[in-house]
Structure formats: C-alpha cells, structure tokens
Design a protein around this ligand. Sequence first.
Ligand code: PEP
Ligand code: MG
Length: 757
Amino acid sequence: MTEAGGSVTGTRRLLRRLRDIMAGSGTAQERLDRIVRVIAAEMVAEVCSAYIMRAGEVLELFATEGLRPEAVHRTRLRVGEGLVGVIAATARPLALADAQSHPSFAYRPETGEETFHSLMGAPILRGGRVLGVLVVQNRTLRHYTEDEIEVLQTIAMIVAELAASGDLVNPLEIVQSQGGGLLPLRLVGVRLNTGLAIGPAVLHEPRVVIRQVVAEDADAELIRLRRAVTTMREAIDELVETSREIGAGEHHEVIETYRMFAADRGWVARIADAIRSGLTAEAAVQKVTDDTRARMMQATDPYLRERLLDLEDLANRLQHHLSGRPLGAAWDELPPGFILIARAMGPAELLDYARRRIRGLVLEEGSPTAHVAIVARAFDIPVVGQVDDATSRTEAGDIVVVDGDHAQVLIRPSADIQQTVTAAVEARTRRRAFYETLRTVPSVTRDGAEIKLFLNAGLLLDVTQLAATGAEGIGLFRTEFPLMVRDSFPPVEELTEFYRRVLDRAECRPVIFRTLDIGGDKVLPYLPHAIEDNPTMGWRGIRIGLDRPAMLRRQLRALIRAAPAQTLFVKFPMIAEVSEFDRARAVVEMELARAAEEGRALPKSVKVGVMLEVPSLLWQLPELCERIDFLSVGTNDLLQFLFACDRGNPLLAERYDPLSAPMLAVLREVVTHTRAAGVPLSMCGDMAGNPIEAMALIALGFRRFSMAATSIGPVKTMIRSLNAGAVASYLDEIGERPDHSLRSKLEAYARDHEIAA
Ligand code: PEP
Ligand code: MG
C-alpha cells in the first residue's frame, strides 16, 4: 500500500505539495509537468500521465512521468477509445491489475507503455463535465486499493482547476468546434412543458468557483460546513413556506421532498469525510457531488437520475452558503422576461426564478417527469430539455426562442424570425383572452347538440383550471402523477386528504378518478419493476392492481373516505377482459363494506367505469355494458394497440392516423353498443382535444369529451361553429374509404363550412 493511499496524513501531505505547485510559478504546462512527477513519486507508480480534453472529444497526452516524453502532445485518444477513453466516456475511475488484457486496451507504440501492466485512472471532472483523465501505471500486476482510487480522484480535482483555468487549452477551441460561433442555431430537445417564449438569455451559472481545494485546517472547515448546512436548511424552510404561499400544488410536495434531501445525514457525513481527507469544505462538496453523479449517471432508472438533479441543486446551494454569497445576490440584475439556459436544474431553483420574471427554460438534461417539469407546469413556463450543449452554445444576452410545443430552441434567430415569434406569442395571448370569454357560453353545436367538456387532470393545480375554463368537471384524474414524485406509497390518511382536496377544489363538479396506471413509461420509485421488453404491453395498470391488490385497496379506501355523501366516480385503466373488471369491482365492494363496518360516512353512490384502451374488450362490449356505469375511450393506448404502433416512438408519430377507417369503425361500434345499453360514453384520449378529430367524433355520436385545459377553448370554438347532423352525414359518406387518412377531406369540409377546426 502506498503512503499517499494508505493514510490520512500521507494524503494530506500529497495534497499540500500539489497545492504549493498550483500556487507556485511557471506556466500551466510546467505546473502540470511537476504535478505528474509528484503524483508518481507519492503514489509509488512508475507512470503518471495527464490527458486533457481537446476539441472534437479527443484526449491528448499533456504531461507524463514515465511514458516516453516524445509522446506528449502526440498521443491522442478519442472519448471511448482505449482505457483512458473509457474513463472519460463513463466519467468513472477504473483500476486494473492487468490492463493489457482488458478488451478496451489500445496500444500506442510511441508511449512505450507495453511494459506497464497495471493501470488506475480517474476522470478530471469539473461541474459534471469531463475535462481529462489522470492515470497512474505500474510495471507489476498491482492491485490498487479503494483508498488509492479515492486519492487519485481527489488529486484529479486539483488538476481540474488547472484544466478549467483555460491556460492549457483555450476554452474557445471546444466551443468553436461544436459549431458555436455567433450564427443562428436551432437545437432540438424534448418537450418538458408546452408553450412559446422569446427573450434574452441568462446563463444559469450556479457553480461557485472553488479557489482553494486543499485545506489548512480540517477542523475549521468542518465548522464552516456545519454553519453553512444550518443556514442552508433554514433558507430551504423559508422556500417551503413561500411555495405554500404561492398556492398548493404538486410543486409544493416536490419542495418538501427536496427538504428531506437537505436533512439527509449520510450526505453531510460524506462531505465531512472528504474534509477530513484534506479538502476544503467547498472542494469536499464538489467531490461528493462528482462521485454521486458518476455513480448515478450509470443508473437507467429515470427516477434515480432525477434525484441526482435535486442533489446537485442542493450541493450548489450549499456552495453558495459556504461562500457567504447566498443565491439570489445577483437577481436584481436579471433582465425582464428572460430565458434561462442551464445544464440541469432542481425544482427549488426554478421556484426561485419563477418569482423573477422568467419566461422560458432550456436544459441540457431533464425528462418530462422531472421535478423541475412539474414546477414549470405549475407556473406555465415553457421548457425544452435534453438540448445538447445549450449552455456552451449560448451567450448571455443572446435572443432565444423556447418552443415547448415543438421541443426546439432557436438561438440568435434572425430579425424576421424574432418578429414572427413575437407575433405568435402575442396572438397566443389574444387567443387565450378570447377563449376566456368562452368560459360561460354553452358548448352547443349550431344545430343544438349539447357537448359536455371535461378536463384531464393529474395535479391539484389542474383542478383549479375548472373555473378558468368553465369545464363540467374532471373526466380523467390520472392518480399516478402525484405518487410519482414521492419516495414511498403514502398512508391512506394522506391519500384521503389529497383526494378530499381535489374534490373540494372541484366544488361539487364530478371528478372521475382513474386508479393507478403505473408501469409502461410511468414508474413508481418504490415499486420494484422488472425490465420488460414491451413495458406498455407489460405489467401495468389494472394488472398490477389485481396482482398486488394492497395498493389498489389503499387507493380505493382513500377515495371512499374522501367522498362522504357524494357521488364517487372511479374507473380502471387497461382492462382487457370483462373478468378483470369483475375482480376490480369486487375490490370496490369490499372496501365499501369495510368502510360501512367501520361506521364511516359512505359516498352517496359509487359509479364504476372502465377505460377502453385494449382492443380485446371490443368483442365483449355487450357483456361489459351490463356491468359498468360508464365507459371512457382512451385513444392514446387504443390507437397504439390497434395499429401495433408504439405511441412514444417519434419514428412512428405520423404513421397511422386516428382519422382513418379502422379507428373510426371501432369508435362507431363503441357508440352503437353503449347507446343500446344506455351506458354513458366519453372520450378522454388526446383525440378529444384536437378540434378536427373532435369534429369527427361528434359526427360519430360522441357527446362527452375530456381534455387538457388548453384544448377547451379551441374545441368549444369548433363546436359552436359546427352543424353536427351535416357533418355526420358527410362522415357516413366517406367514413369507410380505405384511404391512409381522411384528415384532409375532413379539413376541407371544415374549411368549406366555416367550421373553426
Ligand atoms: C389513453 O390511453 O388514451 C389515456 C387517456 O390514458 P393515458 O394517456 O394516461 O395512458
Ligand atoms: Mg392509457
């Protein structure tokens, strides 16, 4: 075991020597040369080399002790190539006693490294980016210890300071190679929240520059850490209070979860350990964050990856408290109506910005279920995520367009595009104002057909849209959303309280709760889920509900308790056969009996329905209709199963059209059966919220729709301009044509008849 890797004093001595070199004279290159020499000596390694990232994702040998000097600035490896490239690609350390037998080993004759058998390397990380790789090599088959790997990672942090200084490689080299420059750019990402915004860019620069990596006095650093943790926790408590004042909603729960992270002792303990190894408090926070990031980036579980963002947000906050410059110091300087560009962002950070005239957000990371997306929805901020290199391609003050609807970002758009977008934003504002005026006007066609419009909801906040839109009630409450941002399945009391709040907020309007539809793309972090080849056709929805009835029972118990003396509406997702419905209904009856036994006030009545999403059910409609109180068609799933077409695959997005003979024939059949049986029918899939599709549905006989709040205005406008009888006759004429799509015919019809579809 080496001295440096084996004892705290050894490590501290090494860190001090490196600090002295960093603070000493000479060019960056000279200091790097000295650093690799000291590391090799202290770690008893024959070789120590530093590879630094250059433009085009190439790692260049910048300094070495032990390899041939002529290889310096000549040996280059692409990210992913050779062991050095693998360390850079994975951002994780690697230690191999017999490196040459590793499948990724890439031999470079100019280095003379064939005589060295073992290799240990660590990524040089800065703010989550890999700036290079630090490697030691030994002639013998040496088994590096965990402690030695730790030490190398710590040293890599010091080298990161040098690499990030811009003195080794001109930072512009990397930016320019990525097509930066000042040309207009269109970057594509993933929609995290809809909407359109334009404004000047503000680069979210969360990182505090760490000036000192090695500590003089570990005890003093520990005291600083303790103080900063205390003030940070107090500030977060305040944030929780503010979020409460802004209004209840899931964003609030998100912030509460975040507070739990801040209270996590394990996290602070790991930072304290890093301080004891010789780092300053700031460097220790950075190290723990880098370690966690490297570990968690490997996780495929999206939930875990999102928690990482919360942790990074927290680490950044702690850095600001350590620096004595709490976040927000520069907020007065933010330009009005700005677009924020960030690598990643936690929910609390966005909450802070949400109160400060932010118009749009662009992230290099993030997924639609991320906490930050939930906060964005609560504040109606358009967000595009997974935009590669957004932060390095934008400069502060650049005009940026965030087009959430089309998941794209325009950077430095030309003047005419700016004008067009500004006009579109204004037109949207005007349209919104117009739709608001429709709130109280009846939803009736020109020939008197009354169409009931309901909202799809998943958050408490969505329920507040009832008043704003004038909708009749909630036609689909997706109960899984609030449960996805938690760490455990809530106790019945908590669930009851939540459903009660939903019902209270709906003010006597009906709310149709759909029982948990997890599985597929919706994952509960606390429910173990196997990797499935076809998750949307896998163990999801009612299948889980019946196989693991504890959750379904708890949910139904809470719903029953939340609706005393009211009509409770419940529907089950993904029912594929009548017997599944029978079993699910039996659970409702059981819970009702239990509530009665416990002497609780029962709902006035319970209406139980089914989501029609699986085609097999179409051949059991008469039997189903005898049993159910209502039927809701979920076209999102029905369409994907009918055409065997993954609803989430962008390559298939436009492949099949719901406005085509097969889908329309299915829906006609559903109308016929439910009418004959007197079963109320509604449609809550995305088709309902699209005016031209809703027009076709009305022609088929649908009279109830449930949709996103933003669709109510456009659909109501279409309804009020429509003659339902006339369009029904037209569809009778063309509906069975085996065309790929009837959309253009229906659009032409709408144009000719002045229907606003
Ligand atoms: C549907 O499948 O159409 C539906 C409304 O359910 P979800 O989109 O939640 O799967
Ligand atoms: Mg569905």
